[in-house]
Design a protein around this ligand. Structure first.
Ligand code: HEC
Length: 109
């Protein structure tokens, strides 16, 4: 009986995790891929125009901190007065931002 419960619990948790992963992928493709590319390389028209880094490299990923990424996604990225990346704090929930940070990390080769 205890074993059955554990298995059910584990399946439940896995369900939640895969649902989150699907959300992150959807959010990524909808909001982020036009600049960063579906694969994080930034090889898109917009990405090349903005000179977005290739975030599949260990160097680019290593330079990032989870808190910094969260902040960038929520508050946007500015250079002086110009907005390089807009803020998503109003369109994405904290959980969605967190899932996107994990999704972003997974681009590392
Ligand atoms: C208009 C183009 C654009 C869109 C759309 C965009 N970004 Fe960015 N993003 C940038 C630019 C430009 C930078 C600046 C750093 C660089 O050169 O790569 C950046 C930087 C980042 C960084 C690194 C921040 C740091 O700490 O240096 C993260 C993480 C990130 N973006 C995630 C996202 C996520 C997640 C989304 C979607 C919700 C998104 N971006 C949408 C252009 C964009």
């Amino acid at each position: 009986m205890k074993k059955t419960l554990t298995v059910l619990l584990a399946l439940g948790v896995m369900g939640v995790i895969s649902a989150n992963a699907a959300d992150a992928k959807e959010n990524w493709e909808k909001n982020c891929a036009k600049c960063h590319g579906a694969d994080g390389t930034g090889k898109t028209k917009m990405g090349e125009k903005l000179k977005v880094k290739d975030y599949t490299t260990a160097t680019a990923q290593g330079a990032l901190k989870d808190e910094g990424m969260t902040k960038a996604i929520k508050e946007g990225v500015k250079e002086g007065d110009s907005t390089r990346m807009k803020a998503y704090g109003d369109v994405l929930s904290d959980d969605e931002v967190k899932a996107l940070v994990a999704y972003f990390r997974a681009f590392k080769k």
